[in-house]
Design a protein around this ligand. Structure first.
Ligand code: AMP
Ligand code: MG
Length: 409
């Protein structure tokens, strides 16, 4: 059977990803959410002309041409502090001591930084001429009242939380988070801490890995744990899919006799859009829809396949539901540091690799262990190197596309 190319699979998926409806949250709970409204400035920012430096507010004419040899001599008549009382007016021959952020006193038009001055009692010597208006932050130079600062679709990071507070917002409209069920299937699976009773049992990593990946993508995961390869039990669990925006299973989607998921999902109303792709690993990945734009993903059991299927299909789905426009992981071009060879070139391969920045370019080194049961290759990597269909060999120095899954050293 022909396998479906990745682009075709993605085109089916992209059609189904819609931002979830908006809800109002406190700004302290807005981290990782995406704006469902434009946010405008509540006032001019800054709201008043203020000092950019600690120093003295003066009239430019009084310090014009001042120098080390011929300092301007002024009298200090008061102080302007941030959050303090209204400072006295500055008239010719006078100066007001001023602190960063304090309002510029009436009459003053220039701030002389403290390092260009000398003070003796209430006498100020200014030893340098500055431009008129120097060191003054003007009202509205950052933002004008009513100006849009953050647009719909903008991701709220710590910086944006700070901006929302600065704009005097206590709450903000964001898209709802998807609620995501995670279920691992397989008779051989053991929960963490559960004792091994048969040598054929293996420790399940997938349900914990996918749960955490869902959480780090910004969605709300729900842990359904481990289920045996039992059609009745599986069917009961799958029937709860209507309670979630996304339902994820791992295992049981391949060609084995106990791989029931592909048949059972149809019984609970999933319209299967793709199953079996021309990619390596994660070939048997299954995707379908149910209800109103709800998404079902049947991931293969091998942990590396699971991780890659998550990054290729589920992460973009979550990001799209959260309201983001840029839904895919960052891709960049890197130079291969050693030759790469493979026997079968039919599928597009996502080879775990380490990308580093060195000598002004990104370098890529594929992991030596590339089989799909070796999760160590994922935790020891920060990227997937893309090896296109039809490519058997890449020479040292070849340029390759990589998808980043971690920071670059
Ligand atoms: P399956 O997709 O069910 O045929 O499983 C493929 C391989 O992945 C088998 O070697 C399974 O033992 C392994 N596997 C399945 N589920 C998990 C899991 N939750 N955690 C770790 N390995 C798994
Ligand atoms: Mg299985």
């Amino acid at each position: 059977m022909d396998l479906m190319p990745l682009e075709e699979a993605l085109s089916y998926l992209l059609k189904e990803i819609k931002p979830l409806p908006p809800e109002r949250v406190f700004i302290k709970d807005a981290l990782g959410r995406v704006l469902a409204e434009d946010v405008a400035s509540d006032t001019d920012k800054p709201l008043f002309d203020n000092s950019a430096m600690d120093g003295f507010a003066v009239i430019y004419k009084d310090i014009e041409g001042a120098s080390e040899e011929h300092p301007a001599v002024l009298r200090i008549i008061g102080e302007a502090s941030a959050g303090g009382e209204t400072p006295p007016e500055v008239t010719r021959g006078k100066a007001v001591k001023i602190f960063t952020g304090a309002p510029i006193p009436e009459g003053a038009d220039t701030v002389v930084p403290v390092e260009f001055t000398e003070v003796k009692d209430d006498t100020l010597l200014v030893k340098k001429s500055l431009k008129q208006g120097a060191n003054i932050r003007r009202r509205g130079e950052d933002l004008k009242e009513g100006e849009t600062v953050l647009k719909k679709g903008h991701l709220i990071r710590g910086y944006e939380v700070g901006m929302l507070a600065f704009l005097n917002r206590t709450t903000v409209l964001v898209h709802r988070k998807p609620k995501v069920a995670v279920l691992s299937t397989g008779d051989e699976l053991l929960e963490v801490g559960e004792s091994q009773t048969r040598p054929s049992q293996i420790r399940s990593s997938n349900h914990h890995m996918i749960y955490s990946l869902v959480q780090s993508a910004g969605a709300d995961p729900v842990q359904l744990g481990i289920a045996p390869d039992d059609p009745q039990e599986l069917l009961e669990l799958l029937r709860t899919c209507k309670d979630y925006d996304i339902f994820i299973t791992t295992g049981g989607v391949s060609m084995g006799e106990k791989d029931y998921i592909q048949f059972l999902v149809r019984e609970v109303g999933v319209d299967v859009k793709f199953h079996r792709l021309r990619i390596k690993p994660a070939k048997p990945v299954l995707f379908g829809t149910y209800g109103e734009h709800k998404l079902f993903f049947g991931l293969p059991g091998n942990p590396v396949s699971c991780a890659i299927a998550f990054d290729l299909f589920i992460l973009p789905s979550i990001r799209g539901m959260l309201g983001l426009k840029n839904i895919f992981r960052t891709k960049l071009r890197a130079r291969l540091v050693k030759p790469f060879k493979r026997k079968d070139s039919y599928r597009r391969e996502f080879a775990r690799a380490t990308v580093r920045y060195e000598g002004g370019e990104f370098l890529c080194e594929p992991h030596p262990k590339l089989q799909s049961h070796m999760l160590s290759s994922v935790v020891e990597s920060n990227a997937y190197m893309i090896v296109m269909e039809g490519v058997n060999e890449l020479p040292e120095g070849a340029e390759v596309d990589v998808i980043l899954i971690g920071d670059i050293p």
